[in-house]
Design a protein. Structure first.
Lengths: 486, 95
């Protein structure tokens, strides 16, 4: 095992015992990046000089850094988080040369804990995508099989952590963008409750759904990251002013007396046979740990994807109106009047999927169609939220698959947007209901592709989700497996 | 429902996008397919259902009305594609 293979908590122990320095860990990570990133393409930019200075500060205990397991740990940051003075592209040509004038609260919180920032990670353009093929700067490859996608939109984050190119990473999740890539790369991916983590300084996609969260190698690391990220921010009026518990205290091994809900709508024909089998085994495991599995029903499950593609695209069309070529971002230099400047700058700056979603969002909000689409979508969102409220009367946590299939081949779904959208069928409703959800490893296919399971809890009950995840993880070895990337 | 060429162009104009002939064709087909799928929502009777705009319905928080330092003028202009002195520069608007 090399230093870059270890988890946050393992490295924090080594640092505490003076068996390794942050400098050594950081150098190990950069060495790994140089060895493998030409194949994986997880990073859009690296910050080696700054990272080594941050590592030096951590080693010398410079700065008002309190005792934190993140002190001196090299992390990757998804490139839709602003960090002052560094490029933030959101994988879009329209932001290719954009230098952030301020820092996202979530990134600042990690820096305040003494974390080392390795660089900015690739994503689907504006976080719109399920495969990371929609990056204007080239797609990301799955370290478990370089011919396959890592999932999206936090594909760079997932691939980097899985390949040892950072110890943990940040992501954002609007319809599954943390959980899906985590599942396809054998990681733990946690989407907190809507309002748990500040989104100030995150490039906006769909504001009623976007949430920040970590991608890590195990459940303990997810709890450590959430401890650092969670909390109220006066600069984000959607972040809620509630106390933040110590999430690592939730990590306990037994599940006696716990009720796990199994929704029949998530165990359906069409799911890959090996995925279905791994999920059945996971259900048996949580039973052995003392939990009682109860049948629950989420009858409006199938309406989640169409609802999402109304609401998310409507919000995106509004949020992305700011890219007009005037104040920042790409500008077409030939345009002679204002309207053609807008049109040419946007048409040349945005990629195909982003344009598609802006068009769809514009359509569903346009005069004559608002009630038929947008308002109806908001009403169905109510039905989906109520489904979960009812299910949680019978259980503490819900267990489902994350993705109907393991990682698919690059290009396989690229020409059919609808087919790609259906990759998120099991994750999207969690965002529509604003619930916390997480993905964790639960097995492999015969050809050694990772399989993930999803846990969903009530609003602000991340601790319950983490407890079930930890108990399950400790009864397995899946999370210890690393890809054999040469 | 198939979106006509005119409808695609109308949406593109509202979205301030300029599309090539090939894009008009492609987006027309793809958006029509997506909208057909979205129409599955019509199977539900939602006449008595309240809409959800945000998953967490909490009152808008208030803060004290105090002046705090914000981005400087220079910082705000640093990403401007074109500028003159302390202004964003754009093509002539009034003829």
């Amino acid at each position: 095992m090399e230093l870059f293979d270890l988890t946050i908590h393992e490295l924090a122990d080594l640092l505490k015992q003076k068996k390794a320095s942050s400098r050594e860990i950081t150098e190990s990570v950069f060495k790994r990046v140089k060895a493998v990133d030409s194949k994986v393409h997880a990073y859009l930019s690296l910050a080696e000089e700054k990272a080594l200075a941050q590592a030096k500060n951590a080693d010398e205990n410079v700065g008002a850094i309190h005792e934190s397991p993140l002190r001196g740990i090299p992390l990757g940051i998804k490139d839709n988080f602003l960090i002052e003075g560094t490029k933030t592209t959101a994988s879009s040509k329209i932001l290719e040369n954009y230098v952030a004038p301020y820092t996202a609260t979530a990134a600042q919180k990690l820096l305040d804990q003494g974390a080392v920032v390795v660089g900015k990670l690739n994503l689907d353009e504006f976080a719109m995508g399920s495969s990371n093929e929609n990056s204007a700067f080239g797609g990301v490859k799955n370290p478990w099989d370089l011919e396959r996608v890592p999932g999206g939109s936090s594909g760079g984050s997932a691939a980097a952590v899985a390949a040892g190119e950072c110890i943990a990473a940040t992501g954002t999740d609007t319809g599954g963008s943390i959980r899906l890539p985590a599942a396809l790369t054998n990681l733990v991916g946690l989407k907190p409750t809507y309002g748990r983590v500040s989104r100030y300084g995150i490039v906006a996609f769909a504001s009623s759904l976007d949430q920040v969260g970590p991608l890590t190698k195990d459940v303990t690391d997810a709890a450590i990251m959430l401890n650092a990220l969670a909390g109220h921010d006066p600069k984000d009026s959607t972040s809620l002013n509630l106390p933040v518990p110590d999430y690592t205290k939730a990590l306990q091994k037994d599940l006696k007396g716990w009720k796990i809900g199994i929704p029949k709508e998530y165990f359906i024909d069409g799911t890959d046979v090996e995925v279905a089998k791994a999920l059945q085994t996971a259900i048996e495991t949580v039973k052995k740990l003392g939990a009682e599995c109860v049948d629950v029903t989420l009858p409006h499950t199938d309406y989640g994807v169409p609802t999402y593609y109304i609401l998310a695209t409507a919000e995106a069309s509004s949020n992305l109106a700011r890219y007009d070529g005037i104040r920042f971002g790409y500008r077409n230099r030939e345009a002679k009047d204002l309207t053609s400047l807008y049109k040419k700058s946007r048409s040349e700056g945005f990629g195909a999927e982003v344009k598609r979603r802006i068009m769809l969002g514009t359509y569903v909000l346009s005069a004559g169609y608002y009630d038929a689409y947008y308002l109806r979508g908001q009403k169905v969102r109510t039905l989906i939220r109520r489904d979960f409220e009812k299910a949680f009367e019978k259980c503490d946590v819900i267990l489902t698959p994350v993705s109907p299939t393991p990682a698919w081949k690059t290009g396989e779904k690229a020409s059919d947007p609808l087919k790609m959208y259906l990759s998120d069928i099991f994750t999207i409703n969690v965002n529509l209901a604003g619930l916390p959800g997480m993905s964790l490893p639960c097995g492999f296919t015969g050809s050694r592709l990772p399989i993930g399971m999803q846990l969903i809890a009530k609003h602000f009950e991340e601790e319950k989700m983490l407890r079930v995840a930890y108990a399950y993880e400790q009864a397995n070895e899946w999370h210890k497996k690393r890809p054999k990337l040469a | 429902m198939k979106l006509s060429k005119d409808e695609v162009l109308k949406i593109a104009n509202l979205a301030r996008l300029e599309l090539s002939a090939a894009e008009v064709e492609k987006y027309g087909d793809q958006l029509s397919a997506i909208l057909d799928y979205v129409d599955t929502l019509n199977k539900l009777d939602v006449s008595s259902i309240e809409p959800t705009a945000h998953a967490m319905m909490v009152p808008t928080p208030y803060r004290a009305d105090e002046v705090v330092p914000d981005a400087t003028r220079e910082k705000s202009l640093v990403n401007a594609p074109d500028r003159e002195e302390t202004f964003f520069k754009v093509p002539k608007v009034i003829g």
